[in-house]
Design a protein around this ligand. Structure first.
Ligand code: ZN
Length: 203
């Protein structure tokens, strides 16, 4: 998911310095920036496969590290595996700290929404829809369950932007894009804008 704000200084810092990550097993992981697929690619409309035992550990750490780097470079706050062309149920999220909230940085593998509560309405963007921001209504609070990079199960209870992001990224794992969550009128306006951007070669 993408916030409608300019890139922060922190993001430039991470871009500049985070190409190598030294992890707890004393191995260097060479991080790579992945290609982000745009709306029109069928992988975005495909239900991702659940991840199983052999997917966890080192391969998942590497994928998560690459996705954090890719997301940060693109100025996003959430990125799901289908957005880098992998039809898998997994996403990364990094909501920056502000005066009102703490940083919320997490890898969620096989995410499941357990409970939702309340409502929020606000602008939403998506790294697979470059230049498109549209009002989307979502629930205000989310309790979700997932596995970490090593397959350990955990629960997370968040509200506001983090809740919006978890709902947006879990949708990606189900082959649902934020166009599908807009009102019919907003969806039509968004599709027209996408066609204009495609014609201009900006998609
Ligand atoms: Zn998205």
């Amino acid at each position: 998911m993408q916030q409608h704000t300019s890139r922060t200084l922190r993001s430039y810092f991470v871009r500049g310095l985070a190409f190598l990550l030294y992890n707890y097993r004393s191995r260097f992981i060479a991080m790579a920036v992945l290609d982000i697929v745009h709306y029109g690619d069928p992988v975005l409309l495909t239900v991702g496969r659940p991840l199983v035992d052999g997917d966890f550990g080192a391969p998942m750490e590497k994928l998560a590290a690459d996705m954090f780097l890719t997301m940060d470079k693109a100025g996003g706050v959430g990125l799901a595996a289908p957005q880098v062309g992998l039809s898998q149920r997994m996403f990364v999220m990094d909501i920056p700290e502000t005066d009102e909230r703490d940083q919320c940085k997490v890898v969620m593998v096989n995410p499941e929404i357990i409970t939702v509560e309340g409502e929020q309405t606000g602008d939403e963007g998506c790294l697979s829809f470059p230049g498109l921001f549209q009002v989307v209504q979502r629930e205000m609070r989310v309790i979700a369950r997932a596995q970490d990079v090593n397959g350990e199960e955990f629960e997370i209870d968040v509200d506001g932007l983090a809740a919006r992001c978890i709902l947006h990224e879990t949708d990606h794992c189900d082959g649902i894009v934020f166009l599908d969550r807009m009102t019919p009128l907003k969806r039509e306006l968004a599709k027209r804008k996408i066609r204009r951007l495609q014609k201009a070669g900006d998609w």
